[in-house]
Design a binder for this molecule. Structure first.
Ligand SMILES: Cc1cc2nc3c(=O)[nH]c(=O)nc-3n(C[C@H](O)[C@H](O)[C@H](O)COP(=O)(O)O)c2cc1C
Length: 162
């Protein structure tokens, strides 16, 4: 392979379809969070999940400092939430309704479900890190809801049987 083609790599990886989550937290009584696709369920015993924050994220250092984060799984009609949470800086939460999970992190109204975690470990990984969360609480809030999907740089919906 010659010189690495960043754009081609991005485009190729865009063929892996994912859901979208918002990782939220609370620092100094202020809600913080950002949109992410890099979420995975990692371990059952003990219950662990992982998220990959970019090193340019301004919200992740706040979540790290709080020691906890909540993964909010976005529903199909929540692209506006995703758009707002993918902007760096500003008050991202005032336009949305949310309640507080066991770790103190925001649970956004209208999500399919959430996983509330304490930060267990963080591993360096190039221009991102791998944050491992130990699950303290989780809930499915919409048994019949469908997810917001992200594929080839665009959003879509699940059309199968769920
Ligand atoms: C669909 C989608 C997926 C994203 N996935 C990630 C991700 O996995 N990790 C990450 O750090 N940023 C991800 N982002 C980008 C962040 O949401 C964006 O950089 C945001 O501005 C960060 O805000 P912050 O500076 O408040 O942390 C994603 C954005 C979108 C729209």
């Amino acid at each position: 392979m010659g010189e690495f083609d960043d754009r081609a790599f991005r485009n190729a990886m865009g063929n892996f379809c994912t859901g979208v989550v918002v990782a939220t937290g609370m620092l100094d009584d202020a809600p913080v969070g950002f949109a992410a696709q890099s979420f995975v369920s990692l371990s059952l015993a003990p219950p662990l999940v992982a998220l990959c924050p970019g090193k340019n994220s301004t919200s992740w250092p706040k979540l790290r400092a709080s020691g906890s984060f909540c993964i909010n799984i976005l529903a199909a009609d929540q692209q506006p939430v995703c758009d707002a949470m993918a902007i760096s800086g500003g008050d991202k939460f005032s336009a949305f309704e949310w309640s507080t999970g066991v770790t103190g992190s925001p649970v956004l109204a209208g999500v399919l479900g959430y996983v509330d975690c304490d930060l267990e470990a963080e591993h360096d990984a190039g221009d991102h890190t791998i944050a491992v969360g130990r699950v303290r609480d989780f809930n499915v809030l919409q048994d019949n809801g469908t997810p917001l999907l992200f594929f080839r740089g665009g959003y879509g919906q699940f059309n199968g049987t769920a």
